[in-house]
Design a protein around this ligand. Structure first.
Ligand SMILES: Nc1ncnc2c1ncn2[C@@H]1O[C@H](COP(=O)(O)OP(=O)(O)O)[C@@H](O)[C@H]1O
Ligand SMILES: [Mg+2]
Length: 386
């Protein structure tokens, strides 16, 4: 019998539209090409309403300018988490489907940040990709840096603070920032796609940049710019013994690798984000490649990535210093264009990721989460005894 797989995408995120692309290419297209699965597209609207209808297995449904009107004709679904994950279509002709495995395809908030993984953990079903903890850490640029530096993985020097701290201690924070070398990058901590990021060459630009970033996030960071910059990224797949795809270099025309470069220009072809706008493999010195692969593997392991992820690096081509910049726990379109170059097709990738999800699920089953105690018999008396 075919297994029921739910591909979950969309959601309340700035990267909502990119998620629709990722879900369809390569995930749903590959799953449909395989005969093992009944594919349930679970779409979460920008407002957070959940839908599931097989018409959404076609990307064309979402390409229609009117798709939000079409959605209104569909009934939102309900999800039950009691015995696995159950999709319920309420109403007179109510229907239920038990999901055997989930494939998250959400980018950014309310998805890639670990929240969806938390839900799937509670439902106790296998799901593809990074788990809750890696996802939540990778979504916070400061937490990522703190964990990287605890393991001596090089990162660009930075100062971080909350909106509250900025209001209270501006002078002290300005002093701390003054120890960093210009140009500086000011970033909201939780966003992606270059949203709210400023490059500052002067203290006035720094002040403006902080104001902009605080508009998007309550926690921000100010980071030293890496000069003579080469940016590369490395997709990695696996649980305990991960393998790397090719080091890829985005060839952006603007000073910053911005939203347009990343998604809009690359979105026209079926290869997914940024396919035509990169050098693949990156033409960098072998010594740098070696460092990127070594640091990529360490970063993947340190954060606890599983399934698939992509590690971004900033390289100073003069000093030859390599810094880990950020970790994407759900690369756009799974970076299928890159995997293809190492002989991994969409079907291969999706098959492997499902295998890895089941492997993790099985190994978690063997972990003891319960133990017998007498605490209930003994307790219940005076609360102040604690
Ligand atoms: N420290 C830095 N030095 C030089 N360029 C940087 C630095 N930090 C960010 N950038 C530039 O800004 C882009 C976006 O920053 P990044 O940290 O990757 O945020 P996002 O999550 O939005 O992708 C990077 O791809 C790079 O081009
Ligand atoms: Mg980035």
């Amino acid at each position: 019998m075919k297994k029921n797989i739910a591909v979950i995408f969309g959601s309340r995120s700035a990267e909502h539209d990119v998620s629709i692309l990722t879900a369809h290419t390569p995930i749903i297209s590959s799953l449909l090409a395989m005969s093992d699965y009944d594919v349930w597209p679970v779409y979460i609207s920008k407002k957070g309403v959940w839908y599931c209808d097989k018409v959404m297995n076609e990307l064309s449904f979402f390409k229609n300018d009117n798709f939000e009107n079409e959605l209104k004709k569909l009934k939102p679904i309900k999800m039950a988490l009691n015995h696995g994950l159950e999709i319920i279509w309420p109403g007179v002709f109510s229907k239920k489907v038990n999901i055997d495995i989930a494939f998250p395809a959400t980018h950014g908030t309310y998805g890639e940040d670990g929240s969806l993984m938390g839900l799937l953990r509670m439902a106790n079903i296998p799901f593809v990709g990074c788990d809750l903890f890696a996802s939540a850490v990778a979504m916070d640029k400061v937490l990522t840096k703190q964990i990287m530096s605890a393991e001596n993985i090089p990162i660009a020097p930075y100062v971080w603070f909350t909106k509250h701290e900025w209001k209270k201690n501006q002078e002290a924070l300005r002093k701390k920032i003054s120890e960093l070398k210009y140009p500086l990058f000011i970033k909201p901590v939780h966003l992606g796609s270059s949203i709210g990021i400023t490059k500052a060459k002067t203290s006035q630009e720094l002040e403006n940049g902080i104001e902009v970033a605080l508009h998007y996030d309550d926690k921000i960071l100010v980071e030293e710019g890496v000069e003579n910059l080469i940016e590369v990224t490395l997709p990695i797949m696996g649980n305990e013994t991960p393998t790397c795809a090719l080091i890829e270099r985005p060839l952006n025309k603007t000073e910053m690798f911005d939203f347009n470069d990343k998604y809009l220009s690359g979105g026209k072809n079926t290869e997914g984000a940024n396919a035509q706008y990169s050098e693949l493999p990156a033409n960098i010195e072998p010594a740098l490649s070696q460092q990127v692969i070594e640091l990529g593997r360490r970063a993947y392991h340190t954060i606890g990535c599983e399934g698939v992820a992509r590690i971004d690096f900033l390289i100073d081509n003069q000093t030859k210093n390599v810094y880990v910049n950020e970790i994407n726990t759900l690369p756009g379109s799974l970076y299928i264009h890159n995997w293809r170059k190492v002989g991994v097709s969409g079907v291969d990738l999706v098959t492997k990721l499902i295998l890895l999800a089941n492997e993790r699920f099985d190994s978690q089953k063997n972990i003891t989460h319960a133990f017998k105690s007498d605490i209930l018999k003994m307790g219940g008396g005076n609360k102040t005894q604690e």
